[in-house]
Write a protein that binds this ligand. Structure first.
Ligand code: ASP
Length: 407
């Protein structure tokens, strides 16, 4: 039997999905369920995967010193790359000025915004769960990561016979989760077919809304997209080339499945199983590093989102005719970074977090209504950049730890 390589299957699925979404949008429900099942399957494995991967990763790192060094490297990478991304966005939005002169019918309601309460200080508190089981049930990623790191660390502190047992237990659990992941990956083409056809059909139905705003929103999209492209195709490859001494093209090829999945699902968390699989098996990052760095990155490191937060807030300010001072723009930079750290790896999380940035510089929250119409496509693109940056981070950190990789 002719066996097409997975990435060709995905390319075909993608094209068929777009055709279905564009030409027979009424029939899209015949394939949409495939996407729903695929997403459910990915979500199904996230919590056990993160739990076992971090605990086994941390125990395999050995003592606290390695953990501390790796943690420090990871956090430095996350903050630095997000900062570069934001600056790229800030420069572009000041050059292109997409919002100046926009008259976009400014009254729109965004119900999700009401859900955001407290803001950044809260996020810091929420890292410490009061009940790990409810954190697991609610898939509260930061809390689960925090608990897993602690748990893994203290496994290395208990008496030999206990630690051997626990290490074996979590390593075994992790192996099983990775096998399950590989199984689900086989269905990626069908899942992507369902998801993409659905998204294209929904967007096509919204066309009239888009058209009325096309000019300024078009410029706004262009600003975000060129910033994302710059970051993904220049900044991160340069880091790979010079800091990690790796081949960016090879690594990009290795990452094709997770990147397409990130684009289709708009969710770094849902893509995480595939990211881990590709970074380990295709790029050759050792499990003890990727299993610590990637789950953390999927929740904390969002370069694309950070850039988007900055551009969107500046666009809203421009559209309202509000001139932001240098200091205010710096506040936008810092809060955009924090908002990207706080955003969950799920669709539209970045849009909701914009309220944090807008509040910090005193911009009207209804401004979010302006950018709602085009958020889905930008979400797809920024999520892809988020996942790409996570994977580049894993490679960079592994290389600086002296590991030999395939890229
Ligand atoms: N959807 C993005 C992600 O999962 C987050 C965002 O909305 O910016 O990475």
């Amino acid at each position: 039997m002719l066996k097409l390589k997975l990435h060709w299957q995905i390319v075909i699925a993608f094209i068929v999905a777009i055709l279905i979404g564009l030409f027979v949008p009424q029939q899209v429900d015949y394939v949409r369920w495939l996407g729903d099942i695929f997403l459910r399957a990915l979500k199904l494995i996230i919590v056990p995967l993160i739990l076992t991967s971090i605990i086994s990763g941390v125990t395999n790192l050995g003592g606290g010193q390695n953990l501390g060094r790796l943690g420090l490297k990871a956090i430095s990478y996350y903050v630095l790359t997000s900062f570069f991304a934001i600056i790229a966005g800030l420069v572009l939005v000041n050059i292109i000025k997409p919002g100046i002169g926009a008259d976009l019918g400014l009254k729109m309601d965004v119900p999700e915004l009401a859900a955001i309460s407290g803001g950044i200080g809260d996020i810091g508190m929420r890292i410490i769960p009061t009940n790990i089981f409810s954190a697991l049930v609610e898939a509260d990623m930061l809390a689960i990561i925090f608990f897993s790191i602690l748990f893994g660390y203290f496994i290395t502190k208990v008496e030999g016979k206990y630690s051997t047992f626990m290490i074996d237990l979590f390593n075994s659990g992790f192996e099983v989760m990775m096998k399950l992941t590989s199984f689900i990956i086989k269905f990626a083409p069908l899942g992507i077919l369902g998801i993409v056809a659905g998204v294209v059909a929904d967007q096509a139905a919204d066309k009239s809304k888009l058209l009325s705003m096309v000019q300024h929103l078009g410029m706004y999209m262009l600003t975000v997209l060129s910033g994302l492209a710059f970051h993904a195709m220049i900044t991160l490859p340069l880091i790979l080339k010079f800091l990690a001494k790796s081949d960016p093209f090879l690594h990009f090829k290795a990452m094709s499945l997770p990147l397409i999945t990130a684009f289709s699902t708009s969710s770094s968390s849902a893509t995480l199983p595939l990211t881990m699989d590709a970074v380990e098996n295709n790029s050759g990052v050792p499990n003890k590093i990727s299993s610590f760095v990637l789950p953390l990155g999927a929740t904390v490191n969002m370069d694309g989102t950070a850039l988007y937060e900055c551009v969107a807030a500046m666009f809203i300010a421009q559209a309202y005719g509000i001139e932001l001072t240098f200091i205010q723009q710096m506040i936008v930079v810092v809060t955009a970074l924090l908002a990207s750290i706080g955003a969950a790896g799920i669709p539209m999380a970045g849009l909701v977090m914009i309220s944090v940035v807008l509040t910090a510089v005193g911009l009207p929250l209804e401004g979010v209504g302006l950018i709602l119409a085009v958020d889905r496509i930008l979400d797809m693109c920024r999520t892809t950049v988020n996942v790409w940056s996570d994977s580049c981070g894993a490679v960079t950190i592994a290389k600086t730890e002296g590991e030999t990789l395939k890229v």
